[in-house]
Design a protein. Structure first.
Length: 345
């Protein structure tokens, strides 16, 4: 398994990162253990979780993902071999059960981190990420920024200072961002440099053949500032596997089970997906491996976060690390991108 440097940390993380947001909802603890055992045997050392997982978020299941991971770490005793990432949630509708309504204030960040540490059964988190901003901006597919002069927003200064305290105490090692914008990323970097606070080492944003908006402003930052992308939804909720084409809704699949996952739906997304699936088959690749191998090939990507509900999916997704796309395929993908530009931000 190829490894890449995590920002300026000196840590080597596997190109494929194991995502966990189905554990506790679509996957049992036993299945989570099976995924972890297989993934680590394939050379994966990077595991990504979050305090609000599993998804879709519910009060009844919140924290189960970290609990499963913590139980596995306690049983296998491999903590120092792995890079464990988690996230603190920002404000959001329907999350009142999480710290009475999550924010990114000093007290909230500390409480969230300490609860995650207990669930993970560890003394430290290698990469602690701000899951999404505590301000009005564009994320989770929103376009057309509209400024609000009056808003309740926690200053980035307070959030990063709180993270600095946790780094100083040894509870977290490195800081990362998620669902962040170019302005937010540069603001964090400026504060880190001028205040001597921890410098963000990564940014976890959506990135796939159906959503290349990261390239507009953040890809340059990723390169020049060494804040590499941890790409999430590289298969666009499984859409790019082709299994939902022509209106199909396989039993037990995420979009079949949860109507809320509509971000990568729609006529334009379906036409783009059909074109990518046809290209994959033309070149003897599975659609999923084409989509994942393309993300793997991007120079600003530090790790590609894959998730799976079945072992068959997991094996195929991890296997993408062994696929190299030739220039003919890469050129064809660019032609399709010109035809289907950002169909699903």
């Amino acid at each position: 398994m190829e490894t890449r440097k995590l920002g300026q940390t000196g840590l080597d993380v596997s190109l494929i990162c194991l995502g966990t947001m189905t554990w506790g909802e679509q996957n049992t603890e036993q299945e989570a253990f099976e995924q972890l055992d297989y993934a680590t045997a394939q050379g994966i050392n990077f595991i990504d979780a979050a305090e609000m997982y599993p998804v879709p978020p519910r009060a009844e299941t919140q924290g189960l993902t970290e609990t499963y991971l913590g139980n596995w770490l306690a049983r296998r005793g491999r903590r120092d071999d792995l890079v464990i990432a988690s996230k603190v949630a920002g404000p959001g509708n329907g999350l009142t059960y999480l710290r009475g309504g999550p924010r990114l204030t000093r007290d909230h960040v500390r409480e969230a981190c300490e609860q995650s540490l207990r669930r993970l059964k560890t003394d430290y988190i290698d990469l602690y990420q701000v899951h999404w901003p505590d301000r009005n901006t564009n994320f989770f597919g929103k376009l057309g920024y509209s400024h609000k002069t009056e808003e309740q927003a926690t200053p980035i200064e307070e959030t990063l200072d709180a993270l600095n305290e946790l780094v100083t105490e040894g509870k977290i090692r490195h800081v990362g961002l998620s669902n962040e914008t170019p302005w937010g990323t540069m603001r964090y970097l400026h504060l880190a440099e001028t205040r001597g606070w921890p410098r963000p080492v990564s940014i976890q944003n959506p990135y796939s053949l159906l959503n290349r908006t990261f390239e507009q402003g953040l890809a340059e930052i990723a390169h020049r500032e060494q804040v590499g992308l941890l790409a999430y939804s590289p298969l666009a909720f499984g859409m790019l596997s082709g299994k939902y084409l022509d209106g199909k809704r396989p039993e037990g699949a995420r979009i079949t089970l949860y109507k809320r996952f509509s971000r990568y739906a729609g006529e334009r997304a379906e036409r783009a997906t059909a074109a990518y699936v046809a290209l994959a088959r033309e070149h003897g690749l599975t659609p999923a491996q084409l989509a994942l191998a393309w993300v793997n090939s991007r120079s600003f990507v530090t790790a590609n976060i894959i998730g799976a509900t079945s072992m068959e999916q997991l094996r195929e997704n991890i296997g993408s690390a062994e696929v190299t796309l030739d220039q003919t395929v890469l050129d064809a993908l660019e032609e399709l991108h010109r035809e289907f530009t950002y169909p699903c931000p």
